[in-house]
Design a protein around this ligand. Structure first.
Ligand code: GDP
Ligand code: MN
Length: 384
């Protein structure tokens, strides 16, 4: 019994250490590279801009979103807004009213008869977008007023063809999300300095129009997929922490699962579809993609197995008292999801992400992963 427990304990320790090795490696790289801000050679630029805005039943918040765009520090004569709308509420009427009252920006409204999902809608909007810089933004987000200028400055670098920004303020005050976004911003800054980053964010992603290609209509990681395709075609795609936006998020465990699990499914599927990119495209394929493979596809399983083994060891050694392992994990989740872990909060945020990635993988294996989802109404309270 004891020897078995000792062996299993060693196994668990091995799994936990193995999980951590790539993270240590990234930490070391960060120390060596010392990345700061965007790696692009930024230059002042004022290209014409197409803002792509997909909408599905956003009648509560669409007007505020348009007002926010209008308030951006950018000449609105140089801006067209391409809205692709699949609503069956009053979103369209509100949009038409809003544009009737203004000369600029101009509106290109693509009306869908029925909801087909976000990726096909975006493909149509990107095809319709005429201007030099195309900025995709979600309705449920707020963009900082200088974001278009900072994005244009990045794209002025001839090697850079896409840029995304950071969630600088998590609306609704979710500490879990804030903890995670901080870690993610650090990782994405490093990746951008190495070559290019993987994840592009729904609230703000800017692309050079010439580089845009169609994405898979079934994609649920649309922005990231477009960036990945652009990188595969030869141009860098980077993260600039000076491009700021705000997006609402939950902390509560069950509320987080719906959106995070779906986003995780999209990313896992995308990485798997593009497995042939591993090892190619310089540091992007040899460092950035493998790290994301580890984080998203490998380490959730190693952690889950490690936790299962540790629980088993506890039961073998201490009988029912061995349940202390799952109970402790439960307490960690209980306090973490209520933003009450103090300095351990970022660690919980990482754990929360690993939970999503694990359950996303399970859902994908079960054949879930529809490209049409229920829009989170509660999150939209923050934008009214
Ligand atoms: P999440 O932030 O990943 O949870 O995704 P959201 O549910 O907030 O959707 C992102 C954006 O896409 C929002 O502006 C939605 O209104 C819009 N959207 C979602 N599904 C569809 C769709 O099927 N068609 C269109 N045209 N827009 C959609
Ligand atoms: Mn959203």
């Amino acid at each position: 019994m004891r020897t078995l427990a000792r062996r299993l304990a060693k196994g668990a320790l091995f799994l936990f250490s193995l999980t951590g090795i790539p993270y240590l490696f990234y930490g070391l790289l960060y120390y060596v590279v010392g990345p700061e801000g965007s790696p692009a050679n930024k230059q002042d630029a004022e290209p014409t801009v197409s803002i792509v805005l997909p909408t599905y039943n956003e009648e509560r918040i669409i007007e505020n979103k348009l007002d926010d765009i209008y308030a951006l520090d950018y000449p609105m004569e140089k801006v067209e807004i391409v809205i692709v709308d699949s609503s069956d509420d009053s979103t369209r009427d509100i949009i038409r009213d809003w544009f009737e009252r203004r000369d600029a920006p101009t509106l290109n409204l693509i009306e869908e008869d029925e909801r087909r999902g976000l990726a096909p809608a975006l493909n149509d909007a990107y095809t319709a977008a005429k201007n030099e810089m195309v900025v995709k933004t979600d309705c449920d987000s707020k963009i900082a007023s200088d974001a278009l200028r900072v994005a244009a400055a990045n794209l002025a670098d001839p090697h850079v063809s896409a840029v995304t920004g950071r969630n600088a303020d998590v609306l609704g005050g979710s500490g879990v999300e804030e903890g995670y976004r901080g870690i993610q911003a650090t990782i994405q800054t490093l990746e951008s300095h190495l070559d290019s980053t993987l994840i592009f964010h729904g609230p703000f992603s800017a692309f050079e129009n010439d580089e845009i290609v169609p994405i898979d209509p079934d994609s649920i990681a649309d922005d990231t997929e477009l960036a990945l395709l652009i990188r595969r075609n030869g141009k860098r795609v980077v993260f600039d922490p000076d491009i700021r936006y705000k997006e609402a998020s939950h902390s509560a465990f069950s509320k987080r699962r719906t959106q995070k699990d779906r986003r995780a499914m999209g990313l896992i599927r995308l990485l798997a579809q593009h497995r042939d990119a591993l090892g190619r495209y310089g540091m992007y394929g040899s460092v950035v993609l493998p790290f994301n493979w580890w984080f998203m596809l490998v380490s959730p399983w190693l952690l889950a197995s490690g936790i299962a083994l540790t629980t088993l060891v506890g039961l073998l050694v201490a009988g029912p008292f061995g349940l202390v392992v799952p109970v402790a994990l439960g307490a960690f989740t209980f306090f973490g999801s209520r933003d009450r872990l103090g300095s351990l909060q970022p660690l919980y945020a990482l754990f929360d992400t690993q939970v999503s990635l694990f359950s996303a993988a399970v859902k994908l294996l079960r054949g879930e992963g529809s490209a049409i989802w229920e829009v989170d109404e509660e999150l939209r309270d923050q934008y009214e």
